[in-house]
Design a protein around this ligand. Structure first.
Ligand code: GLU
Ligand code: MG
Length: 467
């Protein structure tokens, strides 16, 4: 379980001692530096690094970094809110030692996610990891609920740096094809070895639908650890691929058309060691609370997309009939519904039943995405929101009257529309707090403005190598 306590100046109790021991051990393993990692509001991973010997100092006093990155856009330009975006101020980045990992894809380096606090030792309201820790701690305190989560990772593998930022698939074989598995055999084997060395339990890895596209799914953890893991796995995929002369993209849409890269969230709610998505009297064994949690996620899904699908490139992916789940609908194992109910196989349902939220991609900050999905579900429980009827098949076939009768809505078709929904969603805004909620709005509108006038192919190219 992730430590839910905030960092404090001087270090969390016991951390300096632990960091001293870790540093000595890491140096014996020839680890020269530690990558201190977080994700900004736009979904871009940002880092500082310190020499291994400085780890105890970082655990005690943090490492400095400006808060300005909270309103960076994906192209590194800056927007502002009432609070963020100024060149003033500094924050302290505190590594979470429980999550420190030796990077198997980058010899000489270890990695740790950070929480960011102010120089006065207060929570930084723009820190997404802190926000998710708070949401998870509140859910345990107020509702007695814990969660298991995993984020699927889809990515596109291209040949080396291609001219003019083009994408040339490194594995052109057919979708889910044996040929493609052979084409990237060495790299994928190295990736599996690296992930195993990092303690990441991989469920499966396979060639996906689009040209050069692969997917890896990993074991479920508490939400903060699942978000950390999503960042770590992508860092590792990128590093291992580079050693094979390959270039990877996690962009939602490497091309303007066709199936994109998703980052589906799998999530289950638990109380007293019992999975609420199994063994209940509701549909497919869901308990009443699990049904309401799902109904809450669906009710907030249009606004959620401002957080889970945050890039103009996200909207190239979020199209009907491309398995991206662009409707407020649910179904058992239905891949065109916004939420797919996964019951698991007979005999394993108690441990494996969960929800898969599909309109999520890897431009999303995983801490914000998980935090907002959980907040939406908890609102469903608090309001005892009734769950709509299940759908089967592709909701794109419903005409307007049938869609309305079934409460099936198409998700926002553009980033400004998603922002409009998000602005009106008090539950999601409250979950993030006003500073971060305003940052989400400003960054999304900034991102939309950055690509104004570009056609879809140019939008895809603009973000192709950013994520
Ligand atoms: N690539 C699809 C997406 O954009 C998902 C494919 C699948 O269901 O695994 O979300
Ligand atoms: Mg997939």
């Amino acid at each position: 379980m992730t430590t839910l306590a905030d960092p404090v100046p001087g270090g969390r109790p016991g951390d300096v001692q632990r960091a001293t021991e870790f540093a000595a051990q890491l140096e014996r393993q020839d680890v020269r530096g530690i990558v201190l990692s977080y994700v900004d509001t736009a979904g871009v991973g940002r880092v500082k690094t310190v020499p291994t010997a400085r780890l105890p100092e970082a655990a005690a006093w943090g490492v400095g970094m400006s808060p300005v990155f909270d309103t960076f856009l994906a192209d590194d330009s800056v927007v502002t809110t009432d609070v963020l975006g100024s060149p003033d101020g500094d924050l302290r980045l505190y590594p979470d030692l429980d999550a420190l990992v030796v990077l198997a894809g980058q010899p000489g380096w270890a990695w740790a996610p950070v929480d960011r606090i102010t120089q006065e030792g207060e929570r930084h309201p723009g820190c997404s990891r802190t926000v998710l820790r708070r949401i998870v701690a509140d859910a345990a305190e107020r509702h007695g609920l814990t969660f298991k989560a995993a984020i699927e990772i889809e990515w596109s593998v291209g040949l080396g740096p291609a001219p003019e930022g083009e994408f040339v698939p490194a594995a052109p074989g057919p979708a889910y094809g044996a040929a493609r598995q052979v084409e990237l055999s060495d790299c994928t084997a190295d990736l599996l070895a690296a992930l195993a060395a990092e303690g990441v339990d991989v469920d499966q890895v396979h060639p996906e639908y689009a040209a050069g596209q692969f997917e890896v799914s990993v074991g479920a953890l508490d939400p903060v650890a699942a978000a950390d893991r999503s960042v770590l796995v992508r860092q590792t995929i990128r590093a291992v691929s580079r050693r094979h002369g390959l270039q990877v993209s996690f962009s939602p849409a490497v091309f303007a058309t066709g199936v994109g890269n998703g980052g589906h969230i799998h999530l289950s709610c638990w109380r007293d060691g019992l999975n609420l998505h199994s063994g209940g009297n509701g549909r497919y064994g869901m308990t009443g609370e699990a049904e309401s949690f799902l109904a809450g996620v669906l009710a907030h899904l249009p606004a959620l997309t401002a957080v889970t699908a945050p890039s103009p490139a996200s909207h190239l992916r979020l199209k009907p009939s491309q398995w991206a789940g662009v409707f407020t609908a649910w179904g058992r194992e239905t891949r065109e519904a916004g939420v797919r109910v996964v019951t698991g196989t007979l005999g394993r349902r108690e441990e494996s039943a969960n929800l898969e939220v599909k309109p999520v991609d890897l431009a999303a900050n995983p801490y914000l995405a998980l935090g907002c999905v959980i907040a939406a579900g908890l609102d469903g429980i608090a309001s005892a929101t009734p769950l709509s009827e299940e759908i089967t098949g592709d909701p794109a076939r419903f005409g307007p009257p049938e869609a309305a009768a079934r409460q099936v809505r198409r998700l926002p078709a553009s980033l400004p529309e998603a922002v409009q929904e998000f602005r009106g969603d008090e539950v999601l805004r409250a979950a993030l707090g006003p500073v971060l909620a305003d940052a989400v709005t400003a960054v999304r509108l900034g991102e939309a403005a950055a690509v104004e006038g570009l056609d879809d192919a140019q939008v895809a190219a603009h973000y192709r190598w950013t994520y």
